[in-house]
Design a protein around this ligand. Structure first.
Ligand code: 6PG
Length: 248
């Protein structure tokens, strides 16, 4: 693992093809590791089709569920039974049915406040990793899933927010979100998210085309600064693809 990687863009036809391609990449990453595996999930609507696919017969048998641990890159600071809770959505779609409970590592939202929650989750990650500092040749995650928001945010790292510049903490509280839902957030930071073999963005739909044009144009946006120490891959469907990337 060397310096932060260049981005690889893979285009697919539509959201169904995107989910299949993401599921294939996830199962490939999982099969490369014979030991304990860590996958960092993401929130929002983009990964839902992938999550549903992982519970189907086609993929369920390909995942060694007892060896895979599921984390989440950011959380809305709302109770677990709130429909906006990211990990609860993942649980409902596939984890409750497929994964052992002890392998599901949710960000605790019953803590006193987002900072306390962030501290607890950082402790959980460090204990899983077995060290207090990230080692450049030993990634924390096998795979980190990501999405991009209309302002160029990823996880809950919003443009110009101090969380984006964080280099020592693995997880931080974010008092106010830049986009809906306007609830406080808890987010992993760029160094923690980047400590992975692969970072995989899923982007689909015409609504994403404007922000992708800005990201791929090299603007200084959180989604552009999020890079894996291994491979950084953007899976993009035709509807989201910027005009200048068509036909490439
Ligand atoms: C969240 C997410 C966030 C998301 C993007 C894209 O908690 O909202 O983790 O970073 O990935 O906002 O969201 P959509 O997939 O809903 O477009």
């Amino acid at each position: 693992m060397g310096s932060l990687s260049k981005r690889k863009i893979i285009t697919v036809a539509d959201p169904a093809a995107l989910a299949k391609s993401a599921a294939d990449r996830l199962s490939a990453r999982v099969s490369e590791n014979n030991g304990r595996i860590a996958v960092c999930l993401t929130g929002g609507s983009s990964p839902r089709q992938l999550y549903a696919l992982l519970a189907t017969d086609a993929y369920r048998g390909k995942i060694p569920w007892d060896r895979v641990h599921w984390f989440i890159g950011d959380e809305r600071f709302v109770p677990a039974d709130d429909p906006r809770n990211n990990m609860s959505a993942a649980r409902q779609i596939f984890l409750d049915e497929c994964a052992p409970t002890e392998n599901v590592h949710a960000i605790p939202t019953d803590a006193d406040d987002p900072n306390a929650s962030a501290e607890q989750y950082a402790e959980e990650l460090k204990s899983f990793y077995g060290a207090n500092n990230i080692e450049s040749d030993r990634p924390l995650f096998d795979l980190v899933l990501m999405g991009v928001g209309p302002d160029g945010h990823t996880a809950s790292l919003f443009p110009s927010y101090p969380a984006l510049e964080e280099t020592s903490h693995w997880v931080v509280g974010v008092p106010k979100a830049n986009v809906e839902p306007f609830v406080p957030r808890v987010t992993l930071t760029l160094p923690a998210l980047g400590s992975c073999r692969e970072m995989l963005f899923e982007v689909a739909g015409t609504d994403k085309r404007a922000i992708l044009t800005r990201v791929f144009g090299g603007e200084n946006l959180p989604a552009n600064r999020a890079r894996s120490a291994g491979e950084t891959v953007w899976l993009v469907d035709q509807a989201a693809l910027p005009e200048s990337f068509r036909g490439r």
